[in-house]
Design a protein around this ligand. Structure first.
Ligand SMILES: [Fe+2]
Length: 269
């Protein structure tokens, strides 16, 4: 048995401004053929790793594969969430509109380190519904010092009703420290206006003046969406996308066309 202290990072094609696509060698490999520690080392290095050409796993196999890397976040539906667009959704995650930026686990007992999506059914080209990732470590590095100082004083309370599998009150400093890399991260969930979203999210800022609070929120609305920091993933059937939750925020573009997409998600603590 070999003792690998540092798992190797998988080769692939780097995307802009970040993320890497790894294509399966010919020969019918599935996700289970990739050592999970190599995969997660790659995700830590590239923030989003897209696997193409690897066969998907069924739910028990996917759980078993991910459990080898860490505890799985448990919800009332289990560990695997089926993200499909519904006819009468109770929560914005399941309708055709956009999903503003957030990180997973703000309302959970634990914040997952990684989450993995497998795409059972992709979107037609031009139909929208891309998942968008914003690299907050890079946003922070490139922000002016005056703004960094304001952010460092800011704490936000988030409030939402529990209409899906999460909800309640959650309080977070705007800045965090990445537990693995030590980088400064921005932990921010964009507010959800009750006139536009089924499941509104209200923010209360503390630690800075109300005027500065308005300025911080208006600035983040632009800054986090700057294309220099964002990778948008268009879903193809069979894609496996593994995401670093601590460094990134993520959201989804609205669907302009058919919303037949079906993606499964699992979270590793
Ligand atoms: Fe999410």
């Amino acid at each position: 048995m070999t003792n690998r202290v540092h798992p190797p990072v998988l080769d692939g094609t780097d995307l802009s401004p970040f993320a890497r696509i790894v294509t399966a060698p010919a020969g019918g490999q599935t996700l289970a053929d990739l050592p999970v520690e190599d995969l997660l080392a790659t995700v830590l290095a590239t923030k989003v790793t897209v696997l193409r050409g690897y066969g998907l796993l069924d739910k028990p196999e996917l759980e078993q594969y991910c459990r080898a890397a860490g505890e799985l976040l448990q919800w009332d539906f289990g560990t695997i969430l089926d993200l499909v667009v519904k006819d009468n959704p109770q929560n914005y995650l399941f309708d055709k509109g956009d999903v503003p930026f957030h990180w997973d686990g703000a309302f959970a007992a634990q914040v997952p380190r990684f989450f993995l999506f497998q795409c059972v059914q992709g979107s037609a080209q031009g139909a929208g519904g891309e998942t968008v990732f914003s690299d907050t470590t890079q946003v922070y590095r490139e922000a002016p010092q005056e703004l960094k100082d304001l952010w460092a004083q800011t704490t936000i309370t988030y409030r939402t009703d529990k209409l899906a599998h999460y909800g309640g009150l959650a309080k977070w400093p705007l800045l965090g420290t990445h537990p693995a890399t030590g980088e400064t991260t921005i932990r921010y969930a964009e507010p959800l206006d009750p006139t536009k979203y089924l499941n509104p999210l209200f923010l209360t800022l503390e630690g800075i003046s109300p005027e500065d609070g308005v300025r911080v929120m208006e600035d983040l609305r632009e800054r986090l969406h700057d294309p220099r920091y964002c990778y948008a993933h268009p879903w193809e059937t069979g894609d496996i996308v593994v995401v670093e939750n601590h460094a990134l925020l993520h959201g989804r573009n609205g669907f302009s066309g058919s919303a037949e997409r079906h993606v499964q998600r699992i979270q590793i603590v």
